[in-house]
Design a protein around this ligand. Structure first.
Ligand SMILES: Nc1nc2c(c(=O)[nH]1)N[C@H]1C(S)=C(S)[C@@H](COP(=O)(O)OP(=O)(O)OC[C@H]3O[C@@H](n4cnc5c(=O)[nH]c(N)nc54)[C@H](O)[C@@H]3O)O[C@H]1N2
Ligand SMILES: Nc1nc2c(c(=O)[nH]1)N[C@H]1C(S)=C(S)[C@@H](COP(=O)(O)OP(=O)(O)OC[C@H]3O[C@@H](n4cnc5c(=O)[nH]c(N)nc54)[C@H](O)[C@@H]3O)O[C@H]1N2
Ligand code: SF4
Ligand SMILES: [Mo]
Length: 722
């Protein structure tokens, strides 16, 4: 029997609408849903091949328990009771912090996963929470909290009215216009504006696909965006090009910015970022003069030791030139669920890490701290760990050190589809449901879409019988550990009662679960056209639902700062900027003359889709791109095997010689070199390419965001002999 299911892709925030053809519970085709009014325009091969992961020949289909060096299938009851007993024993011996969790990027695409995981972590009372944000978006959270009063206050781009795009550290031609915002077809819409006369400036050490289309490409020195952006702020303030009204009415702290730039020298800043002063001045003046303009900053800005200051200065440029909440700038989208207000209701006490004393960012500690927290004895030492949607050995810094620490645990549990690099020491592998097997309501990203949008993504197929969604696993663990989910006394008993009732009445919807929360969220959401949305309205819009036009004028009321103003110069950012200004110009350390840059590929998703048969048909793996002049100095030619060495690791890859990187910068794509194991069939692991994050020292971090220098590490390059 064939049917068509309309849903959306949950690989990246573009959230493309999909038309999925299903035959006998098997997906036979995935196409863009062109009836989706909002989000199908970024549709790509990753969405088109999504069912290949569902049918992965190495997929984990039952809970699997480690026995010696191999795995055996077990029942869920065995898995949950063993894990619960071992976690309780760890807590008994070392306190609640002895149980830790790492949650990766895909967890953000399932609100039920995040909500119930936190409910379980609260039940335990552990602070040992590690989040992928510390390898990508913490800088944004830190800046949003300090300037706008909420870690979630991420303004969205008003592309169709923009005349001047200043894109810093982003390659939307490949990664789509998404990162705490969903702007469907954003890059194509920006190019359409360019056709109508808009200017696109791309700031990137690499000549990327986006840079190639730009009117201006500023090939900044990696990690030096702060100097470039500070120079632009200086030009604007010194020359009186700022938006007077917003600098006094909307924002506080502009005088502190004036004082900061008064102490900075344009030639010094230009020399630091290695962009000619006159080019900086021209871009700053044109940006300030444009009718509609925006700065967009992304991972290229944040994955450095100076990431937060650069992220902040990007926001500062928008604020002081009057781009907030104005056409062509960055808007606040109220959406139908006010996630910002909801998150403000969750009061959490600040927590400092045991060993380094660093405070949590966005509710979690930094991944770089995890290995020592596992291996260093003392009360609170992590002895049991759960990895939820993550591959931190490949995605985070110093994978080898983390791998050694994970091997040292008393208990490691991974919830995933297949066993990847980070799960190789797991004592338990728990099979997760893919989003094609799961219904999700787009709710908590409601403020991140570039128009008010609601979509209930129905599941396309039933999961294999022994595969479970994360929320169910966390609920079962809380019950088995006898710790009340969400710390709500009596809730576990209530859940058990609803389960019994659901069984008795054969009405599964009576069992307490995320569908209760979805309905509550919709019922209490914002009114549109004077009335609240009903659940049946949600269901009757299978292609997604644009709830109304884009509106301006909600930004001010949404600010969560005490004085309802934008804080343009948070003292900790100013202090860090002064520290950087007082510091020396960057010099490569002796013996490590190159900087290691990173790229994404349209057909890769961080570390986890690369092994699928339908992606990368031209050949799987990564290589090292070297500038022709550097290659000549090294005696390297195209195709040579090259060794890349850092103080913490070494990898070997084939060289590709071209002038995409600046001289002195080499490119190695991240996400490769992750083994995929075969716990069922026991065949050899599959692996393509090398893990370039083995070269990244996890020690140094941006003091404000705690993010590692994933995109500006210094390395040495030499020809390998074989
Ligand atoms: N050098 C360098 N490093 C980087 C980056 C970079 O630009 N340069 N980018 C960084 C960025 S932006 C990010 S977001 C991180 C990503 O870092 P992580 O989130 O730690 O890693 P991923 O590679 O996304 O791996 C996700 C894992 O989740 C599994 N998974 C997918 N969907 C589900 C699901 O629904 N349920 C469960 N249980 N599991 C699921 C996948 O199979 C995979 O094993 O990497 C970062 N690392
Ligand atoms: N196809 C695909 N799409 C994705 C993803 C994916 O893995 N594959 N991942 C998704 C995720 S999790 C995220 S967070 C977003 C990320 O979205 P983006 O941040 O747009 O990611 P990238 O495409 O890696 O672009 C970052 C750019 O920053 C540049 N860069 C590196 N260092 C510097 C620097 O010091 N200064 C400046 N100015 N630029 C620098 C890099 O060369 C690169 O071109 O993409 C999402 N979309
Ligand atoms: S992975 Fe591709 S299809 Fe899926 S949401 Fe992102 S851009 Fe769209
Ligand atoms: Mo990310």
């Amino acid at each position: 029997m064939s049917k068509t299911v309309y849903t959306f892709c949950r690989y990246c925030l573009a959230s493309c609408g999909l038309e999925v053809t299903v035959n006998d519970n098997r997906v036979t085709k995935i196409a863009p849903d062109k009836q989706n009014p909002h989000s199908w325009q970024d549709f790509c091969a990753k969405g088109r091949t999504a069912h290949e992961l569902v049918e992965h020949p190495r997929r984990i289909l039952h809970p699997m328990r480690r026995v010696g060096d191999s795995y055996v299938e077990a029942t869920w009851d065995e898995a949950i009771s063993d894990i619960a007993a071992r976690m309780n024993a760890a807590i008994q011996a070392g306190g609640p912090d002895a149980v830790g969790v790492y949650y990766g990027n895909p967890s953000g695409f399932s609100s039920s996963n995040i909500i119930f995981m936190n409910g379980w972590l609260d039940a335990i009372g552990t602070h040992s929470r590690y989040f992928v944000g510390s390898v990508d978006q913490n800088a944004m959270h830190v800046v949003a909290a300090a300037m706008y009063g909420s870690i979630l206050m991420a303004p969205v781009s008003d592309i169709d009215n923009c005349d001047y795009f200043l894109l810093v550290g982003t390659n939307p031609a490949v990664s789509a216009w998404n990162w705490l915002e969903t702007v469907p077809g954003g890059w194509r819409r920006a190019l359409a504006r360019q056709q109508q006369g808009a200017t696109i400036v791309v700031v990137d050490p690499l000549r990327t696909e986006s840079a190639e289309k730009a009117d201006v490409h500023l090939a900044v020195r990696p990690g030096l965006d702060w100097a470039l952006l500070l120079a632009m702020v200086k030009v604007i303030l010194d020359e009186g090009l700022e938006h007077r009204g917003d600098c006094t009415e909307l924002a506080t702290g502009v005088d502190d910015l004036r004082a900061l730039v008064a102490d900075a020298d344009l030639d010094d800043l230009a020399a630091r970022c290695d962009i000619a002063r006159d080019r900086i001045e021209r871009v700053a003046r044109d940006f300030a003069a444009a009718r509609g303009a925006m700065v967009v900053t992304r991972t290229g800005v944040s994955l450095h030791l100076t990431g937060t200051v650069a992220e902040w200065l990007g926001h500062v440029l928008n604020v002081i030139t009057g781009r907030m909440d104005r056409p062509g700038g960055r808007r606040y989208e109220p959406g139908y669920v006010d996630a910002i207000r909801m998150s403000a209701m969750v009061k959490t006490k600040p927590h400092h890490s045991r060993l380094l004393g660093r405070e949590m960012v966005a509710g979690a500690h930094a991944l770089s701290e995890l290995p020592d927290e596992i291996t260093t004895p003392g009360r609170g030492q992590i002895r049991a760990m759960l990895i939820n949607c993550g591959n931190p050995v490949v995605s985070g810094p110093d994978g080898a050190k983390l791998d050694r620490a994970l091997a040292d645990l008393d208990l490691l549990v991974a919830i995933d589809f297949v066993q990847r690099e980070s799960h190789r020491h797991a004592h338990w592998l728990l099979p997760a449901a893919h989003w094609l097997e799961r219904s999700d309501l787009l709710a908590f990203t409601s403020n991140m879409h570039d128009e008010p949008y609601l979509h209930y993504g129905a599941k396309a197929v039933e999961p294999p019988p022994d595969v479970r969604q994360e929320w169910r696993i966390f609920t079962d663990l809380a019950i088995a550990m006898r710790r009340p989910l969400f710390r709500a006394r009596g809730l576990n008993g209530f859940i058990t009662a609803t389960r019994a009732l659901a069984r008795l009445t054969r009405k599964p919807e009576l069992e307490f679960g995320p569908h209760w929360i979805d309905r509550l969220v919709v019922a209490t959401g914002r009114k549109f056209n004077g009335r609240r949305i009903k659940w049946r309205d949600v269901i009757s819009h299978p292609h997604g639902w644009v709830l109304g036009p884009r509106e301006f004028g909600h930004f001010r009321e949404a600010l969560r700062t005490d004085d309802k103003k934008v804080h343009a110069a948070p003292p900790e950012f100013v202090a860090r900027a002064r520290e950087l200004l007082a510091g020396p110009h960057p010099e490569p350390p002796v013996g490590y003359p190159f900087q290691l840059a990173n790229r994404r590929h349209r057909h890769s998703m961080n570390s986890w889709l690369n092994d699928l048969p339908g992606l990368h048909p031209a050949g799987k793996g990564n290589d090292v791109v070297i500038h022709p002049k550097d290659a000549a100095d090294l005696g390297v030619t195209d195709g040579d095997l090259v060794r890349i060495i850092s103080p913490v690791g070494a990898i070997e890859l084939r060289a590709v010689v071209n002038d995409r990187p600046r001289q002195g910068v080499i490119i190695v794509d991240h996400g490769w070199g992750s083994r995929v194991f075969d716990p069922r069939g026991r065949a050899e692991p599959i692996v393509y390419g090398a893990n370039r994050n083995l070269l990244i020292d996890g020690g140094p971090v941006d003091p404000l965001s705690q993010t590692s220098a994933l995109s500006s590490a210094f390395v040495a390059v030499e020809r390998a002999t074989s």
